[in-house]
Ligand binder design. Structure first.
Ligand SMILES: Cc1ncc(COP(=O)(O)O)c(C=O)c1O
Length: 365
């Protein structure tokens, strides 16, 4: 098993600290410690509970009807939960189905393990939502796991509660584990979907402090499921990698989640206003369209044919205009697509879009 660098994260690592404007971030604007008024003076800097602090697991579980703290494991970001679940559960040659495009960990880790990974395509013309009949047909008897992400990264699509319930039922009937990446669940423009883990013991819900709470630097995420053997599997992996979470991260997460509605409602106001700025730009820009995101903080723009060389455009945007987007190739899709993020500062978004206009002028005829 040989891991290679994730091209998407490599792109971020190379550019995010040197470019002036990031027009593609997948989270609401990050906070600084002093925005949070959290006291860290009495945090014991010892190894913590391996499944996460009991208080934090309890606060998290309160959002999952029917689940208790025992049904939650807190991890170093959602990333560790994904890594732990896949490595703890899957064997080479296992067949899994993953919505595509998606966050690369969700399909590249099982590919590295040697699984047969079927990428279930989400299409522009279908609004990037899965057709349930087609999805059902992709789930053969030997499928071990189905992975969905809604609200979706990188398109901002979401599914109805009815669709979610049908997908849960499909998995239950076939004995398939449903991994539902719910990183953006709390950033809906309308009512949030129920967590999949609360609907069935076949389902695993994944989430994080990184996106809706703008706290990627504390590296706290979690997995919730009524199937405790899956939690045990993640523990089996994490005890060889990180053992526990950071004590500081857990304290900060507990502080924020204990007053979560205040943080979420401020973030939602900003995201809604930013999304309107971006939608207006797309309406007025003939060279770009998108399927308007229905939730979350990202969307997938699409370049018109008059832009002959998308790579040259993205390069110019970065090198000449100091503005970063993410080319579609890093999500394994046509490079005419690129990710836009609207969780940041409104001024930066407006300025980034102005620069995008200039780069498009330079690179089209
Ligand atoms: C859909 C999705 N899931 C999970 C993650 C992992 O995030 P983190 O490890 O910061 O929680 C990301 C990060 O971009 C993501 O986009």
């Amino acid at each position: 098993m040989t891991f290679v660098r994730m091209e998407l994260e490599d792109w971020f690592d190379r550019h995010q600290f040197v470019r002036e404007i990031e027009l593609c971030e997948s989270a609401v604007q990050f906070s600084h410690l002093n925005d949070l008024a959290v006291s860290l003076d009495d945090v014991a800097l010892r190894y913590g509970h391996h499944a996460g602090s009991p208080e934090l697991r309890e606060v998290i579980a309160a959002d999952y009807p029917g689940l208790t703290a025992e049904d939650v494991i807190v991890t170093n970001g959602g990333s560790e939960a994904i890594f732990g679940l896949y490595n703890g559960l899957l064997e080479p040659n296992d067949r899994i189905v993953v919505e595509h495009p998606n966050y690369p960990s969700l399909y590249e880790i099982p590919e590295t393990i040697g699984c047969e990974v079927v990428r279930f395509p989400l299409d522009y013309d279908e609004g990037f939502v899965p057709d349930v009949e087609r999805l059902a047909a992709s789930l053969t008897d030997d499928t071990r796991l189905l992975c969905i992400t809604h609200p979706h990264n990188p398109t901002g699509s979401t599914i109805s509660e009815d669709t979610l319930r049908k997908i849960v039922e499909l998995c239950e009937q076939r004995g398939i584990v449903l991994l539902s990446d719910e990183t953006y669940r709390e950033m809906g423009f309308e009512a949030a979907l129920p967590p999949a883990a609360s609907l069935s013991p076949s389902a695993v819900s994944l989430s994080t402090m990184s996106k809706c709470y703008g706290l990627p630097g504390i590296r706290i995420g979690w997995m919730a499921t009524q199937n405790r053997s899956l939690i045990e599997r993640v523990l089996c992996v994490r005890e060889y990698v990180t053992i526990t979470n950071t004590a500081l991260g857990e304290r900060i997460a507990l502080h924020v989640l204990s007053d979560k509605h205040r943080y979420l409602s401020a973030a939602k106001d900003r995201v809604t206003a930013n999304k309107a700025i971006m939608a207006e730009w797309i309406d007025g820009q003939d060279l770009v369209d998108w399927v308007a995101p229905t939730a979350g903080v990202v969307g997938l723009g699409r370049l018109a044919d008059q832009v002959h060389d998308p790579d040259a455009l993205y390069e110019r945007l970065i090198e000449q205009y100091g503005t970063m987007t993410i080319p579609g190739k890093y999500f394994g899709v046509d490079n005419r697509f690129f990710r836009l993020g609207f969780g940041g500062e409104p001024f930066n978004i407006a300025e980034g879009l102005r620069r995008f206009d200039q780069a498009l002028d330079d690179c089209s005829n």
